[in-house]
Write a protein that binds this ligand. Sequence first.
Ligand code: NAP
Length: 301
Amino acid sequence: MYDVIVVGGGAAGLTAGAYCSRGGLKTLIIEKYPVVGGQMGLTDRIDNFPAVENADAYELSQAMKRQADNAGALIVTDTVNEIKQGNEKLVLCNESDYKAKAVIYAAGAYHRKLGIKGEDIFSGRGVSYCAVCDGGFYRGKTSAVIGGGDTALKEALYLSRICSEVYLIHRRDSFRGAAYLVDNCENTENIHILRSTLCKEITGDKTVNGIVVSDKNGERHLDCSGVFAAVGMIPFTDPLTGLCDTDENGYVIAGEDCVTSAAGIFAAGDVRTKPFRQIVTACADGANAARSAEEYISALL
Ligand code: NAP
């Protein structure tokens, strides 16, 4: 039996694992993908992680992994399907089942879909959720990014360096993302910003050939080869169903101490209710969750 099982090997999970192990707790980190790092794996550079200017995202994630490894945490690749509550938490996975006194749940979030015609049919054939992963397929071609947050703005900037033209399509007049990113997009010649515009349909034959957009002037068709949906994330909380209270968007309700409504189960990172989801705030959650788990386990003795 482990003292702590950390579910998820992203920034929150790896930090929690490192802190727990350094605190002398027997710690297992379960990550469903063979490469840890979570959403750090979806980007190339990270420019706002303290003390690491213009960080290589993969290198940063590997540095976090090394720290957890060196502290003594065991990292396994497995998919968590269910967590059973009790004095001993039972974590049921595809390959094996594991027991622990406490669980730090840091499974992150996944991409929200646009929910429009053509999205599913052309997924992987022109529709993508990650410019860094798939942008190269559209070198010299026209692409469209849908969304108005930091992700959409960063994806548009990334694609502007690869594609001939980039449409950035946002449903409202003002962007949710950072002002400096909006400025950068506005000042990039081959980014064409379409505000107050809805993307209604993705069209194509074998692969995407365009989108149907709608604004106050009506509907029109825009030619493009790639469509990048960047419309936010949905927390991955299926294994916690019925265990922890969640808010109306499905995020696990927990304060900065990461304490949830379920005794001995702590939520860290993007799955937690919080105002600002960043790598640095995920790391902070990992540290706080480890401390809360440590206190919980100490009280069991
Ligand atoms: P987000 O901030 O939730 O923005 C999602 C955007 O998609 C919003 O502009 C939203 O429009 C739009 N949207 C949602 N559903 C839509 C739909 N069905 N059709 C069209 N548009 C839709 O998501 P995010 O950009 O992925 O960012 C998530 C978090 O990660 C944020 O806290 C962000 O700051 C952070 N982040 C930070 C960085 C960084 O480098 N600092 C990079 C990426 C992300 P409305 O605005 O109208 O709601």
